[in-house]
Design a protein around this ligand. Structure first.
Ligand SMILES: Nc1nc2c([nH]c(=O)n2[C@H]2C[C@H](O)[C@@H](COP(=O)(O)OP(=O)(O)OP(=O)(O)O)O2)c(=O)[nH]1
Length: 131
């Protein structure tokens, strides 16, 4: 049976209405696709705690996180992901990648120009359609 992983991902928007997009490196699982940065929820953590920890670890900055924005289950060949996207705001530092190959800030209307990890597509659609 495939394993299900619970992953939280941050939708971080700046003052110019741009959203932070992160490129998974060739060494990461699902390589060379764009995602919202985040990672797996550990035992005993709330979703918001997990996301704030992951962003600190991966991007060396701090965010405040809000309510769940989108949640969906996607089946990959090797595992099933429950992807929970949560909006966030930078409160300290600037995002600096340690594991990702690249970071960019994009306006909603340009999000479709990237090749997203398949599990992220519902959250991208919801953002693009947001008023
Ligand atoms: N962080 C994140 N992972 C995503 C997204 N979409 C998507 O399919 N994934 C997949 C890629 C990975 O297989 C898994 C998350 O694992 P990860 O490697 O980023 O998380 P992690 O840092 O907690 O993992 P680990 O190093 O502890 O194993 O979910 C997304 O938007 N954000």
């Amino acid at each position: 049976m495939k394993k299900t992983v619970k992953v939280v991902a941050a939708i971080i928007e700046n003052d110019h209405n741009e959203i932070l997009c992160a490129l998974r490196s060739p060494e990461m699982a699902i390589p060379n696709t764009w995602e919202f940065p985040g990672g797996k929820v550990e035992d005993g953590e709330s979703l918001n705690e997990a996301l704030e920890r992951e962003i600190n670890e991966e991007l060396s900055c701090s965010i405040d996180t809000f309510d769940v924005f989108d949640e969906n289950v996607h089946e990959y060949d090797a595992f099933i992901i429950q992807l929970i996207a949560i909006k966030g705001k930078l409160i300290e530092g600037q995002p600096t990648p340690s594991e990702h190959s690249s970071l960019i800030w994009l306006k909603r209307e340009n999000l479709h120009s990237l090749v997203w990890a398949p599990a992220d597509i519902p959250a991208v659609e919801q953002l693009v359609n947001e008023v």
